[in-house]
Design a protein around this ligand. Structure first.
Ligand SMILES: NC(=O)c1ccc[n+]([C@@H]2O[C@H](COP(=O)([O-])OP(=O)(O)OC[C@H]3O[C@@H](n4cnc5c(N)ncnc54)[C@H](O)[C@@H]3O)[C@@H](O)[C@H]2O)c1
Ligand SMILES: O=C(O)[C@H](O)COP(=O)(O)O
Length: 626
């Protein structure tokens, strides 16, 4: 196989950054990229044989600012075997993983690339492997010009990868979700002990020649209460270890199965109870819109005074300014932080410099063992994906024939929305474990592929509470990992054969509901939906028939059926300029109990929701976001 030399070069100027790459072989192609001040990228391919020609072509393509000189700075040279895929490893990866990659690919290990350099290099690569330190933005996906097939995140959190852009641009993203769990848990415990016994401060003091035995008296852990916030893979391992240290463990995770907690002797509690009871709080939830700054001034107002906080999850779950205030006024006695909103944080960052805070530079996953494990896990996933296999740890990219996708599109939407609504009806602490889906259809099983619908129900149930992006590829894997059992049933209907489905029913079994009327006769939270004129509709809540399009958000109220109710609720919403899109009342018999479903385009304020709840005929209500 012929070998070719690849040279990547970068030129910077006050007004713009120019980058280009070339293979100096007459037959190989050049790829060049231009990055303007506005962040827009432009790239082209050419078979021109020299960098000089490339520069000429480049000059004619864009108006170069006067005085701009193109002085190439060679950043890397990689021997590339033509015919093999090229994998760019942009952050340090364990040797075992590199070896696996080298068996099938050209491997370019280029660390500390600037964003612009990454955007140039990416157009020459089929796969990219990163940790949390590289931002894989839309610009990177666009700059790849369709060559990039897979991004491997050597770790769990994928908040540094623009998944939407990856999916839109047809690039698979895979992660390594299990290999660093123990390392992260061990780091959490290490920080807990180091914080409680002032080890970093005492170590620094002694190295300065001081002997301050009284100053560094610590606190004991035994018999204290630790609250594990997020009882997933890492949280569970932290709980297990904390018990070994004699701590009493409580946990808050609205979606964790109660039996897993029970088996470990861990008490699942509400968020507020965790705050009120804990002496130590250890954070292990993902960074999602729901958990962003979930620790803020209001939260610190409810917390037990003198609490000690450990964060090895993501910096963004804490409002860092609020934590500084809580430390300054003694609400929080100490904090131990491995992660920050901005990484690396400024040297002057108030938390980093705070005397009651100990810090590490995002080291949770950084053990030799975890990094070897992660490297192998991600290398196998990337190699598999390059060879066209379905990756078990894929976090995006649905792979369904286009014609099936077109036909099922409105049902896919319905399925996800039913899942999303159903999980919001579960009351905290119940734990979702069993989901039953019933498809009512006139078609035979062979003519109806429900995998995508099932995946979308799983997506609706899990995504709001996780940083995992669910699709057809990974839905079953993720459900299994979370102990979520999805059973599917077909119900023959006498509807038309050209319509794939008459209805989809989603039942969440063995849970309590925030909205008791959603519990059907079978004792499960039950929602049913249909597609009408291409639009997803909610058709049943518990035993009550309703008819409301699944757009915007929904308020469900149970009331005593009587005249004027629609008007009362409608005018309260109207007063706050909340636009009602749909309204529907389902009742079992006149003047008895009824369920009113109201679709709203805008989010009602807490006060208007309180006022709706205060209407005397309304017995219960819930606000659900789609
Ligand atoms: N510091 C590090 O180096 C390091 C290493 C590994 C993982 N992590 C981070 O730790 C976190 C947990 O990782 P994991 O592998 O255990 O993930 P996981 O998905 O197994 O667990 C996360 C848990 O959080 C729960 N959760 C979701 N929303 C919640 C909320 N609002 N309140 C309480 N719990 C909520 C989920 O139900 C789930 O059980 C992630 O953010 C991950 O990126 C950091
Ligand atoms: O999400 C993760 O896996 C951890 O935060 C580890 O990130 P890292 O690979 O950058 O250490």
């Amino acid at each position: 196989m012929a070998a070719a030399l690849r040279i990547a070069a970068v030129v910077a100027d006050r007004n713009c950054v120019v980058a280009y790459a070339a293979r100096p072989s007459p037959t190989s192609s050049f790829v060049a990229g231009f990055y303007g001040r506005n962040g827009k990228s432009l790239s082209f391919q050419s078979t021109l044989p020299s960098l000089i020609c490339l520069r000429r072509q480049y000059s004619s393509l864009i108006a170069l600012p006067k005085g701009l000189s193109l002085i190439p700075v060679v950043r890397s040279q990689t021997a590339e075997v033509i015919g093999k895929p090229t994998v760019l490893v942009a952050e340090k990866l364990g040797d075992a993983g590199l070896q696996l990659l080298k068996e099938v690919a050209n491997v370019d290990c280029s660390y500390n690339l600037t964003h612009e350099e990454l955007c140039v290099k990416i157009s020459l690569c089929d796969a990219l492997i990163v940790r949390s330190g590289t931002k894989v933005t839309r610009e990177v996906f666009e700059a790849s010009n369709g060559r990039l097939k897979v991004v491997g995140r050597a770790g769990v959190g994928i908040d540094n990868v623009d998944l939407q852009a990856a999916t839109e641009l047809g690039c698979l993203v895979v992660n390594a979700p299990t290999a660093n769990t123990v390392a992260a848990a061990e780091h959490g415990i290490a920080l807990l002990a180091a914080m409680a016994r002032n080890i970093p401060q005492a170590n620094a003091s002694l190295k300065e020649g001081k002997w301050q035995r009284n100053k560094y008296t610590g606190v004991s852990m035994v018999d204290k209460i630790i609250a594990v916030m997020g009882f997933g893979k890492v949280g569970t391992e932290v709980a297990r270890r904390a018990k070994g240290l004699g701590l009493n463990v409580i946990a808050h995770d609205p979606y964790a199965p109660a039996d897993r907690a029970r088996a470990l002797g861990v008490e699942l509690v509400s968020f507020d109870e965790a705050l009120a009871r804990a002496d130590f709080i250890s954070l292990h939830m993902p960074l999602t819109p729901a958990t962003k700054k979930v620790f803020n001034d209001e939260t610190f107002g409810k917390i037990k005074r003198g609490v000690r906080i450990i964060n090895v999850a993501r910096g963004g779950v804490i409002d860092e300014e609020a934590l500084v205030r809580a430390l300054d006024n003694g609400i929080v006695a100490q904090a131990a932080l491995d992660v920050f909103t901005e990484e690396p944080p400024e040297k002057s960052n108030k938390l980093v410099q705070h005397e009651n805070v100990i810090v590490t530079p995002h080291l949770g996953a950084s053990t030799a063992e975890a990094q070897e494990g992660v490297a192998v896990e991600i290398a196998q996933a990337v190699v598999g994906a390059l060879q066209g296999e379905l990756a078990a740890t894929a976090v995006n990219a649905p792979m369904v024939p286009a014609e099936v996708l077109t036909e099922l599109a409105p049902y896919v939407n319905l399925a996800e929305r039913l899942g999303r609504l159903a999980v919001q009806l579960v009351s905290g602490g119940s734990g979702v474990k069993d989901v039953k889906v019933t498809y009512s259809s006139a078609r035979s099983s062979d003519d109806l592929d429900t995998r995508l619908l099932r995946a979308m129900i799983v997506k609706g149930i899990i995504e709001p509470v996780s940083d995992t992006f669910i699709n057809l590829v990974n839905a079953d894997y993720v459900s299994k990992q979370r102990g979520l059992r999805i059973s599917e049933e077909r119900q023959p209907s006498d509807g038309a054969l050209d319509v794939p489905l008459d209805s989809i029913q989603v039942k969440i079994a063995n849970v309590e509901s925030k909205f008791a009327s959603a519990i059907s006769d079978s004792g499960d939270i039950t929602l049913e939906g249909k597609v009408k004129d291409g639009v997803a509709h909610l058709s049943k809540v518990g035993a009550f028939s309703v008819d409301i399009s699944l757009e915007g958000s929904i308020i469900l109220c149970r009331q005593v059926d009587q005249p004027g109710m629609i008007g009362k609720v409608g005018s309260l919403l109207g007063e706050e300029n909340v636009n009602i899109s749909f309204m529907s009342v389902g009742r079992i018999s006149p003047r008895k109990k009824a369920v009113m479903a109201i679709g709203v385009d805008d989010e009602p304020s807490k006060s208007v929701l309180r006022r709706i709840g205060a209407i005397s005929a309304i017995e219960e209500f819930v606000y659900l976001k789609l």
